[in-house]
Design a protein around this ligand. Structure first.
Ligand code: CA
Ligand code: FE
Length: 538
């Protein structure tokens, strides 16, 4: 979201990172799956340490993570960083790291193990693409370097392609501005029963330091590779965030703040030259890859990085994960909250780029899944904010960084959903730091037009919604009948349960982001019935 305003009081971050993580991992037990083995378990565990590596401090300070689950594979991640906030603190050479995967939380029944290199050029991050795993089951994993072992993480493979699975549980999140509050929502999320987590962007904020909040960035605005690495490392020191990474595999995509507020392709919002911004984007993309559990297929290639991709969960759900920043055309009409100028209707304007759009439509066309989830960044549905600058005069105002600034591109997708009717399209979105539910109309200006899909917009983990906008949204709800729900008061995440007949989205919110003991509750719950696009109050 463009307007990141308002920061609170100034207290330095508390440091309680390891105990919580271990407790959360140990508490979990087997949930699903019948537990057949892939061959024999490996009994001898770690290999003897040859060269005795010494670290200035614990090298696994950023925890462990896993992601991009396939039926036979999952990516395991960690980064060696004894001095995480100051460049990592590693010698400038590649370091051998051992890893192992087990069937049990105590790492006794090891089924896969190996060695990988933590490369200096990738900030000593590790991305292990473990193959040969069984579908639809939990695994535990751990790394070792020298005599140091990492915390134990837990992960889960996807069900076999076309297998019939009764249900799926996941949560989606976005927008975790460190300076605006604690990750109390993640603290509760680690206790949920989820198969995986989807992050829709704004994992970090690139901004400089702001005083007045509960915690502060420790470095100025990020531009260099070192800047972005230190910023990712700062965020990853949070114990609640580490706990959720250690508990479930994640599927991540980015929005703007991983690089620069409201950037589009190679166009900066900071009036940087093309050359300077190209360099900055390359730095940001590399640091993002280094800190996320992504496959080698996402390794940056120069200034580009392949992030849009697809995940299939049996015959139940297909996740089409989009990247609406890297290939985007510039925002129309000077960006921001504005009336639409003619450029907002430009048929050549794009959020995804032509190639990704084609890939999306083809994927929807070929999908055999019951639910087709489009996981992407900014709000898709139209929302007319109807502002009254003068007595009696209404202005049609839209957030032009969202799909509302790319009307023709949105209509192409809506029209496709209407014409080709892929099974149960559901869009999940972030960015706007508030909770929404929309029925996706073929023509938003005609309430009688067909409803062709459903959109759930998550609130933020910690980023704030400008309070002065809340009454503006509330008073314009009447002009947007396709919008079924709006709340901007609470931070949290959306927990989703899918089965063959029904999708349920629970808006899980925390009582506070400045109190580490905040409680959690379900603010609202909506369902979508199979074959009936549009949300119903649960
Ligand atoms: Ca954003
Ligand atoms: Fe955000």
């Amino acid at each position: 979201m463009g307007a990141d305003v308002g920061f609170l009081n100034d207290v330095s971050a508390s440091d309680h990172r390891y105990s919580l993580l271990e407790n959360r991992c140990r508490r979990r037990s087997f949930l699903l799956g019948t537990g057949f083995l892939t061959g024999l378990t490996i009994t001898s565990q770690w290999q003897p340490v040859l060269a005795n590596l010494r670290f200035s401090s614990y090298p696994f300070s950023l925890g462990v993570a896993s992601g991009d689950p396939l039926p036979d594979s999952v990516v395991l991640w960690t980064r060696l960083a004894p001095q995480p906030l100051a460049g990592g603190g590693m010698p400038p050479r590649d370091i051998s790291v051992q890893w192992q995967v087990a069937l049990d939380e105590n790492m006794r029944q090891v089924v896969r193990r190996g060695k990988t290199l933590a490369k200096s050029e990738l900030a000593h991050s590790v991305h292990v693409d473990v193959r040969g795993l069984d579908p639809d089951r939990w695994y535990w994993y751990q790394f070792k370097v020298g005599t140091e072992v990492s915390p134990i993480g837990r992960t889960r493979t996807a069900p076999a392609i076309n297998s019939s699975i009764p249900q799926l549980n996941f949560a989606f999140v976005s927008c975790q501005d460190w300076q605006n509050g604690y990750y109390t929502a993640y603290g509760h999320m680690a206790d949920e029963d989820l198969d995986f987590v989807v992050h829709l962007g704004d994992y970090i904020y690139e901004c400089g330091q702001k005083s007045g909040g509960v915690r502060q960035h420790n470095t100025p605005e990020a531009f260099s590779l070192e800047d972005y690495r230190n910023r990712h490392a700062l965020y990853k020191t949070d114990s609640n965030l580490q706990a959720v990474h250690a508990a479930f595999p994640w599927i991540v995509t980015w929005d703007d703040h991983e690089v620069n507020n409201n950037y589009a392709n190679l166009i900066s919002q900071d009036n940087q030259t093309l050359e300077d911004f190209t360099e900055r984007r390359a730095n940001a993309y590399q640091a993002y890859y280094e800190h996320m559990p992504l496959r080698l297929s996402s390794l940056p290639n120069g200034v580009n990085m392949q992030l849009y991709r697809r995940f299939t969960f049996g015959d139940l759900a297909e996740f089409h994960v989009l990247d609406t920043r890297q290939y985007r055309s510039n925002q129309p009409c000077n960006d921001g909250f504005q009336p639409r100028c003619p450029h907002a209707f430009d048929s050549s304007a794009t959020m995804t780029g032509a190639k990704q759009e084609k890939w999306l439509l083809k994927g929807l066309e070929q999908s055999r899944s019951r639910w087709n989830v489009i996981a992407q960044q900014t709000m898709f549905a139209e929302y007319n904010f109807k502002i009254t600058p003068d007595l009696g005069l209404f202005l049609d105002v839209f957030n032009l960084d969202q799909w509302d600034g790319y009307v023709a591109a949105r209509h192409r997708l809506l029209n496709f959903l209407h014409q080709r009717q892929p099974s149960n399209p559901v869009i999940i979105s972030g960015d706007i730091h508030s909770s929404w539910v929309h029925d996706l109309q073929l023509d938003f200006d005609n309430p009688n037009s067909a409803t062709v899909g459903t959109e759930f917009v998550g609130t933020s983990i910690s980023s704030d919604f400008p309070p002065q906008l809340i009454p503006v949204v509330r008073s314009s709800l009447i002009n947007n009948p396709h919008t079924k729900f709006f709340n901007a008061t609470f931070r949290g995440y959306i927990r989703c349960n899918l089965n063959r007949e029904r999708w349920q989205s629970d808006y899980r919110v925390v009582s506070s982001i400045v109190d580490l003991n905040a409680s959690i509750k379900t603010l609202a719950s909506f369902v979508v019935e199979n074959g009936q696009p549009g949300a119903l109050v649960n």
